[in-house]
Design a protein. Structure first.
Length: 116
């Protein structure tokens, strides 16, 4: 039996924009610098999407990502995925950065919620 060869499916690559949030020293955790004024280099950093879930792709598209150490990303008491106050702070900063960088776009229309 002869069949057609399977076509290889290729994932469409999205070009990720650099973060538009206020920058810290390269290799530093955004929250360590913001909350504790600690801009020391970290061995491990994770990319955190400020607006996750259904808004994850929009976060990537508009540069709404930050580099976080594991303690501030998922593991510690100030982790963005565990602490609602920290998540709200990142949402607020993300919305402010978006509105400053893209004044002609409607944040509410794209992300569906006002975080201020």
């Amino acid at each position: 039996m002869t069949g057609y060869p399977k076509q290889k499916w290729k994932k469409e690559r999205i070009r990720h924009r650099r973060s538009i949030l206020p920058s810290v020293e390269k290799g530093s955790c955004f929250l360590c610098a913001l909350l504790h004024e600690d801009e020391r280099q970290k061995r491990v950093l994770h990319t955190h999407h400020v607006f996750g879930g259904p808004n994850r792709k929009a976060s990537e598209q508009y540069g709404l990502t930050v580099q976080l150490c594991p303690e501030h990303h998922t593991q510690g008491k100030e982790a963005a995925h565990r602490n609602q106050e920290i998540a709200a702070l990142l949402h607020r900063l993300g919305q402010e950065a978006f509105e400053k960088r893209f004044p002609n776009l409607d944040f509410l229309e794209i992300f569906g919620r006002n975080y201020k």
